[in-house]
Structure formats: structure tokens, C-alpha cells
Design a protein around this ligand. Structure first.
Ligand SMILES: NC(=O)c1ccc[n+]([C@@H]2O[C@H](COP(=O)([O-])OP(=O)(O)OC[C@H]3O[C@@H](n4cnc5c(N)ncnc54)[C@H](OP(=O)(O)O)[C@@H]3O)[C@@H](O)[C@H]2O)c1
Length: 272
């Protein structure tokens, strides 16, 4: 999918000149970077691996005349956040996209506590730090947009990916609250809550996902929702999955997610 010219102009006028994107080298973050580059945004691209950042920079520069800064840091480290803030000083940033994130799966008590805490740092702490910093910055300039990557699993407990779902519940709840606080200051906040998307995510999370959407099916709906909604369920499949659970009581949703995530992690139990 591509942004219409009208939509490109709306986004640029409301949230330009620069967008800061964490997790910009793969999956959803990369798709959002590609779409924003086509709309003429200058980009600060963030991920851990420098070679992948350079690849994305070269690809985007080959097709556009935008400016790009790359920042190769681990956002789970406080110095990583400091480096991002330093790199964006003096730059007219109007949009933050916090897409860096990952999942874990399997039985909670069998997982590595170290990995679970690291995931909490990437999915929640880093997102909190950047949202706080850019939220203040955008409020001071009376304009800006913030897109936080939530997930379909944010809306109920999810057996076999319990801590990942809990990190996304945090993101969803934070976004809903600050969207109200920041609206009067001219800042739009959006929680983007997709279902399964084909990307580097499933391999790192050790999940076998089926019925996945592609990043290009979710990127444009996410950007189109910014400034119009507080939560977007991008793609028809995501809407179907979430809306069909809307009337189910929370304990019932947990039961359904037990089946869904149980299926996605069945290969782990077969190995035992
Ligand atoms: N894919 C799905 O099914 C799905 C569904 C719902 C929500 N989400 C959420 O959407 C977001 C994006 O996921 P995705 O599917 O695009 O995943 P992905 O393809 O694995 O991309 C993750 C991106 O984050 C970067 N990253 C990971 N850890 C990082 C760290 N510690 N510091 C800095 N950058 C880091 C990665 O680059 P490096 O490895 O080089 O650091 C990569 O650019 C995540 O928050 C995820 O939870 C995904």
C-alpha cells in the first residue's frame, strides 16, 4: 500500500520536518520509514546494527532527496537513549515512532529472567523515556505526533507469551492516557495494535505465526490513523480478530488466547 498525495501532505504539514523511528531496519518500523520518506520527511533511523541502518539509508537516499541520520544504539541501555536525544538536538522533530520491540514465548517460569527484563526495558522503559522527552518537546512547540507500537495481545492476558502481552498492555494504557493529556497541547498520540505481521518478530519470539499480514498492509493504515484515532487495529484481519473478541468477557478472551498462542508455540513443547 502507498500513501495518497493528500495524506502525504497532511502528515508532512502536521508532523514534519523530521521523524525519529526506533526499530527502523525491519518489519513495521522499516515500512513506516519507507512511507514517511516518500512523504518527504527527513528521518532519524535507530536500531542496533549499523550495517542494516546503512543499507536502509542507502535504499531511501537512492529514491528520495531527504536527509537521514542513523543512530546505532541499543535502546535498552540508558546511554542509547542519551545518544538518540543528543543526535536529535537542533533538529526540527515533529514525529516519534517507537517501533523497536520484541517478544518472548513459552512457559513464563521456564524463561530466562534476563531476557524478560531486557524485553521490558526495550518495549516499555525505552519507549517511556523517548515518549517523555519528545512529549515535552512537542508540547513546547505545540505540535507533534507520537506512534507507539502496541499489539492485539495488549487487550487481555496471553498464556505462553504472558510477559510480552503485559509489556504491550503497558504501551496501550500509556498511549490512551497521554493521548488525552497531550491533545490540548497540539500533540497527537496513537497506539498501533496489529495482529500477526510477517517480519523479524516471529523468529526472535520463537512463535510460528499463521495468517500474518505484511508490513505494507499495516504501515499506511497506521499513518492514516495518526491524528484521527487513539488506537488503530491496522488491516482487516487485525480488526476481525479484535472485534470478534469484543463482546467476550476478559476471562474468555484469555482462554481464546491460550488456544491461539498455544498453537503458535506448540513446536516448543514437541521438542521436549
Ligand atoms: N510482527 C508482529 O507480528 C507484531 C504484532 C504486533 C506488534 N508488533 C510490535 O511491532 C514492533 C515492531 O515489530 P516488527 O514486527 O517490525 O519486528 P522486527 O521485524 O523484529 O523489527 C524490530 C526492529 O527493532 C530493532 N531493535 C530490536 N531490539 C532493539 C534494541 N534493543 N535497540 C534498538 N533497536 C532494536 C531491530 O533492529 P536491530 O536488531 O538491528 O536492533 C529492528 O529494526 C514491536 O514493538 C512489536 O512488538 C509486532
Amino acid at each position: 500500500m502507498k500513501l495518497s498525495d493528500k495524506e502525504k501532505a497532511r502528515l508532512k504539514a502536521k508532523y514534519g520536518e523530521w521523524a525519529v523511528i526506533t526499530g527502523a531496519t525491519s518489519g513495521i518500523g522499516l515500512e513506516l520509514a519507507v512511507q514517511l520518506a516518500s512523504a518527504g520527511f527527513n528521518l532519524v533511523l535507530i536500531a542496533r546494527h549499523l550495517d542494516k541502518l546503512q543499507e536502509v539509508e542507502n535504499r531511501l537516499k537512492a529514491n528520495t532527496s531527504i536527509e537521514i541520520k542513523i543512530v546505532n544504539v541499543d535502546v535498552s541501555e540508558a546511554e542509547g537513549i542519551d545518544q538518540i536525544i543528543e543526535a536529535t538536538k537542533g533538529t526540527k522533530v515533529g514525529l516519534l515512532i517507537a517501533s523497536a520491540g520484541y517478544g518472548t514465548s513459552g512457559n513464563f517460569i521456564d524463561s530466562s529472567l534476563h531476557s524478560e527484563i531486557n524485553m521490558l526495558r526495550v518495549n516499555c522503559e525505552a519507549l517511556l523515556s523517548l515518549t517523555h522527552y519528545f512529549g515535552q518537546h512537542f508540547a513546547n512547540q505545540s505540535r507533534g505526533g507520537i506512534i507507539l507500537m502496541s499489539s492485539m495481545v495488549a487487550f487481555q492476558g496471553t498464556p505462553f507469551s504472558a510477559n510480552y502481552a503485559a509489556t504491550k498492555a503497558y504501551v496501550q494504557t500509556l498511549a490512551e492516557g497521554i493521548a488525552v493529556e497531550l491533545k490540548s497541547k497540539g500533540v497527537d498520540v496513537l497506539a498501533a495494535a496489529p495482529g500477526p505481521v510477517e517480519s523479524g518478530f516471529s523468529k526472535r519470539a520463537n512463535m510460528k505465526m499463521s495468517m500474518s499480514l505484511t508490513p505494507s498492509q499495516v504501515g499506511v493504515p497506521i499513518l492514516e490513523a495518526l491524528g484521527r484515532k487513539t488506537t488503530v487495529l491496522p488491516g482487516l484481519l487485525t480488526k476481525f480478530l479484535v472485534y470478534s473478541l469484543r463482546t467476550v468477557p476478559r476471562w474468555g478472551k484469555v482462554k481464546i488466547m491460550e488456544k491461539v498462542m498455544g498453537g503458535m508455540t506448540e513446536h516448543q513443547r514437541k521438542k521436549l
